[in-house]
Design a protein around this ligand. Sequence first.
Ligand code: HXC
Ligand code: NAP
Length: 293
Amino acid sequence: MATTNGMLREGALKGQVIVITGGGTGLGRSMAEAFLRLGAGVCITSRKLEVLQATAAELEKTTGGTVLPVACDVREWRDVDRMLEQVLAKFGHVDALVNDAAGNFISPTERLSSKAFETIIGIVLMGTVNCTLAFGKHWIAKGERDKKVLNITTTYAWTGSGYVVPSACAKAGVLALTRSLAVEWAKYGIRTNAIAPGPFPTKGAWQRLLPGELVEQFDMAKRVPLGRVGEHRELTDLASYLVSPFSSYINGEVVTIDGGEWLKGAGQFNMLDAVEPSMWDAIERMVRGTRGS
Ligand code: HXC
Ligand code: NAP
């Protein structure tokens, strides 16, 4: 059962400035709200300024915090540099970068053009690289320490997945980036971690991954041992912890938050969940009956 109150105490992120790419919608928006409630100043960025402005106005109203909306296509490093300049002009410093922006859609791979791959890899992998490089270089040049990069990846970053192959390739790259920089940049006081969410309903993901009747045909909750999809609060608590000082010794970790979904798919005999409990006596007799044979 998910809690309704946030995990961290009030003011846990006070004084921090956190940039969230893809922060105007979905999980990025939910993280922005959670960080604001804990006292952080937040910049939300994506391509659509009007969406960002509307989100910023709503979040400022509901939380009383400060939100800077900045249009920025993470595929364009010049955009990213300009976004960082705006953040510094507004807040004077920046403490954490959450790489949440993503692009994805389902398709048999043989239907995809090279441009389709380039688009997804451009947003997910190169977008994360562009932002991480800009922020990391800034922190290193200034000698500022105690900084955090939090990447949002997926569980198919390590299993792979058909029908979302550009995304799987890109998210695997993000995972490699996370683990590599966690070691290389630790000496600069930069912690790099990742979250691998299972299914968390958002308009952006559901429209592109479960369009039309697919949403009824493939009930995501049925894939999850806990029997349900995730609640945004569950992910935002984890994200808040990972950008907070309470996680100061966690570096290079990818935290899976999926109710056990990917392990269910991986364990060879997990399909036996489908066996009726009343069948187990007969099955046991059959198995025991094979002794000596
Ligand atoms: C085949 C497609 C396609 C489709 C686009 N393309 N959609 N090919 N099937 N359904 C091809 C186009 O034909 C084009 O190639 C190339 O991809 C680029 O498409 P554009 O539409 O020009 O790109 P763009 O306008 O930049 O839009 C990017 C987008 C779009 C990714 C296609 O969906 C978007 O803006 N998404 C942002 C939000 C999002 O995707 N959120 C979901 C994240 S969910 P050609 O060769 O024709 O020029 C997520 C969850 C993971 O990551 C795990 C869930 C459990
Ligand atoms: P979402 O609402 O569609 O979020 C994606 C965001 O990325 C949007 O705000 C979009 O805004 C932004 N974006 C796309 N292209 C961009 C670009 N070129 N430059 C800057 N911003 C760009 O979907 P979501 O479900 O919340 O996904 C958030 C993160 O969680 C993603 O990393 C996703 O892979 C991950 N995830 C989600 C789930 C899930 O079940 N929801 C599961 C696993 C992982 P604009 O269109 O305005 O640019």
